[in-house]
Design a protein around this ligand. Structure first.
Ligand SMILES: NC(=O)c1ccc[n+]([C@@H]2O[C@H](COP(=O)([O-])OP(=O)(O)OC[C@H]3O[C@@H](n4cnc5c(N)ncnc54)[C@H](O)[C@@H]3O)[C@@H](O)[C@H]2O)c1
Length: 365
């Protein structure tokens, strides 16, 4: 695994946890974790039970005793690591957004296909049980024909202008700001739950253009968006809106969507991730009801605790890794995969073009 930061810890936990709670076709072995700083990566390796650590991903991806390369590092490293790992014919598991640009993402998909690699992108929110349940209900026609998708992904962590710069505010490292970080998740859920997005009209905004550099008197220029906002049209004629920001004071990780159909609606908010709000039109006494998605029969819950003994954010990664292990055993592509990653990146690319042109932009299919 490459990267031991926020996501590196979530993925380490998922690889360990999946074998303890689920019947897995393969028992993952935590072979080698890779970072840039020897003393830090050695501590993380010991803490999470990795057998070895390294500071050279170029060597790690070539190792014959490594089957899966799990890319949890900063955006600008995804493409070079995945391209090298594809060349070594590894199974590819990569964090979102797939790359920092559409052309990089397309190159990564082409390399995976050319080398016959299994590939998966980590859009973990699909695997919150309440979201998987929403998917099942929509596919079963419970809410009818979909009219609206309304998504907001709201965080507040950048609203203080004195907060120092970091890699996420540097386009050369992150590709974009709230767009690739948060909007990409809402786009993935839109594609998963509603269908392909065909057209967008968007704006991107940066509120604070200079930020202090940590432990320095110098300032750094911010060249990514702080907020992204779009109207979207879907192939199936439904319409939607997606808003992502890191300046929504008071909001921590308010990843919410509401979908309205001809027979009913569903609504979800990650901050209450065990619950799905469902409305089915049953006449004058009907209204939204809350389903606590923790029964054994709900997606993924057979592996966990008795009903009502809720699960959390980290378990969405465990479920994602479970899908990858089953796909490997069944010799099929997991979902979502790099094809989804490229389609997602086409939407992000169209958003950037629309924000620049101030007009509707088509999303290539
Ligand atoms: N799926 C999700 O919900 C989710 C949430 C947060 C982040 N992410 C994604 O995960 C990735 C990492 O984000 P993060 O928040 O963990 O960042 P982070 O800053 O916490 O960690 C980044 C890690 O990358 C490592 N790294 C950078 N360059 C490297 C190199 N050349 N060799 C080895 N290691 C290197 C750093 O040492 C660090 O450990 C990003 O792509 C981000 O978009 C996904």
């Amino acid at each position: 695994m490459i990267g031991y930061g926020f996501m590196g810890r979530a993925h380490s936990n998922a690889w360990r946890q999946v074998r303890s709670f689920f019947d897995v076709p393969y028992e993952p072995v935590l072979k080698v974790i890779c970072g840039r700083n020897e003393s830090q990566v050695s501590k993380v390796a010991e803490h999470f039970g990795w057998q070895e650590h390294s500071t050279r991903w170029e060597e790690v991806v070539e190792r014959p005793d490594v089957d899966v390369v799990d890319v949890c590092s900063t955006g600008h490293t995804h493409a070079p690591i995945v391209l090298a790992a594809a060349g070594a014919r590894k199974i590819l598991f990569c964090e979102k957004p797939l790359a920092n640009s559409l052309s990089e993402a397309e190159e990564m998909l082409a390399a995976a296909e050319k080398n016959g690699c299994l590939h998966m992108i980590c859009h973990n929110y699909r695997r919150a049980p309440a979201v998987s349940l929403a998917h099942e209900l929509i596919n079963a026609g419970e809410i009818g024909t979909i009219y609206h998708y309304r998504a907001t992904y709201l965080q507040e962590w950048l609203h203080n202008p004195d907060s120092p710069t970091r890699w996420r505010l540097d386009k050369s490292l992150a590709g974009s700001g709230a767009l690739g970080d948060l909007f990409s998740h809402s786009t993935d859920l839109a594609r998963y739950l509603v269908g392909e997005i065909t057209e967008v009209v968007s704006l991107l905004n940066t509120f604070v253009h200079q930020r202090p550099i940590l432990d320095s008197t110098e300032m750094a220029h911010v060249d990514v968006d702080d907020a992204a906002l779009s109207l979207v049209r879907f192939q199936n004629r439904s319409i939607g809106s997606i808003e992502a920001t890191r300046y929504a004071t008071g909001r921590k990780n308010f990843n919410r969507f509401e979908i309205n159909g001809s027979k009913g609606s569903v609504s979800f908010n990650l901050e209450r991730m065990n619950e799905l709000e469902l409305y089915v039109d049953e006449g004058s006494n009907s209204g939204f009801r809350t389903i606590q998605a923790t029964d054994r029969a709900h997606p993924y819950l057979s592996g966990w605790w008795p009903p009502g003994h809720i699960i959390g954010y980290e378990h969405t990664f465990t479920h994602t890794v479970l899908e990858l292990l089953h796909a490997i055993a069944e010799e099929r592509l997991p979902t979502p995969n790099f094809v989804d990653g490229v389609k997602n990146q086409r939407v992000l690319d169209a958003v950037e073009h629309s924000a620049a042109s101030r007009t509707w932009e088509a999303v290539p299919s």
